[in-house]
Design a protein. Structure first.
Length: 354
């Protein structure tokens, strides 16, 4: 089947998948040629994490039309659920090819469950109220994780919110979660290849959901809730579905993130307010509702500070200027005005040359 015989949507989706695969091939070529610095190589898995987070949040913000600031909270749930599972079964399931997919399923399921539990009461709110409540949820999750102590011995699992001593473990017992110190010794199962595979799976789920009957119902609710209700669309069901899928994919990103670290802690920089805002910036700069734009924005904005590192004090200044310029260009009014001026400039040049 020729490319021109495909529908516009199918061509766009294939371009998005092809862009990710091409990026992986190019990076692998550079890695094998030893042309990538150790710093940039260390950013490959985090890049995949941010792309998954950006695409999944776009499902809530861009497609469902709900402003959520608690995405880092779902990432935190997935990260700790997946890391805890891997720690518990590390000696039983020695193969990472089996252990890591199971950890991803556990983390994804845990985040989806929290998405449903949070979404049922929260999605009754709108606008700023929804943003504030989801932000509070993210902070609550982070702080709850910081006070949990979980241990295991021959008698089973023990949990406490005081300290490791209060767990009352036997001599052969093992502390898995150490409160604010987090989880230490999580298997390093995350790789760039697995990250790319998870990105492709995320894109497949989100793109197919958007183009399905369910996706059209979700977008109808976003555009006009009253009109959607009037034709029999179950508003609560579809909004909750989008929110739960978005939360589940954030949990997947959390598992990938957790298995890339030797020590997992629930710090503000990892799972706090700033992380949620960073993910939202990826979505806004890439274009709200634009899935491919979210992928590009997440990659560019993650790499940009590192590429500008040699400029020292001016690094963040240039980064801020680029953000502002991108916002102006991608906004509907500003972008159209700039594009019209560019077209007019080239039109005048052609007229002079003629």
């Amino acid at each position: 089947m020729k490319m021109r015989n495909l529908s516009k949507t199918t061509r766009s989706n294939l371009i998005t998948y092809g862009m990710v695969i091409a990026a992986y091939i190019i990076v692998e070529i550079f890695l094998r040629a030893d042309m990538v610095s150790s710093l940039m190589e260390g950013l490959l898995v985090p890049l995949c994490v941010y792309v998954i987070l950006a695409v999944s949040l776009n499902l809530t913000v861009g497609i469902s039309g709900e402003l959520s600031l608690g995405h880092a909270g779902f990432m935190c749930v997935g990260a700790f659920a997946g890391a805890t599972f891997s720690k518990c079964v590390e000696e039983v399931i020695t193969s990472s090819l089996l252990r890591f997919p199971l950890a991803i399923l556990v983390g994804t399921a845990a985040a989806a469950l929290f998405g449903i539990l949070v979404g049922i009461p929260v999605l009754r709110l709108k606008g700023d109220y929804l943003a504030i409540v989801t932000l509070a949820f993210g902070e609550i999750i982070k702080n709850v994780v910081n006070v949990i102590y979980l241990g295991r011995d021959s008698r089973g699992f023990h949990i406490s919110i005081k300290d490791t001593v209060s767990l009352g473990l036997e001599d052969d017992g093992e502390v898995i979660i150490k409160g604010a110190q987090g989880i230490t010794g999580t298997p390093n199962d995350s790789t760039f290849l697995i990250g790319i595979i998870l990105i492709l799976i995320t894109l497949f789920i989100v793109i197919n959901l958007i183009n399905s009957r369910t996706g059209r119902a979700i977008m109808a609710i976003r555009d006009n809730r009253i009109a959607a209700e009037s034709i029999g669309v179950n508003v609560t069901r579809y909004k909750l579905l989008a929110f739960a899928v978005s939360a589940a994919l954030a949990g997947t990103a959390g598992v990938l993130y957790a298995h890339n670290l030797s020590t997992l802690t629930a710090l503000p920089k990892n799972f706090g307010y700033n992380m949620s805002i960073t993910i939202l910036v990826f979505v806004v700069l890439g274009g709200i509702g634009n899935i491919r734009g979210s992928v590009i924005a997440a990659v560019v904005l993650t790499l940009l500070p590192e590429l500008l590192r040699s400029l020292n004090d001016y690094r963040m200044l240039i980064y801020a200027v680029i953000l502002i310029a991108t916002m102006i260009f991608t906004s509907s009014q500003g972008g159209q005005e700039i594009q019209e001026r560019i077209k007019l400039f080239f039109k005048r040049r052609k007229t002079k040359e003629a």
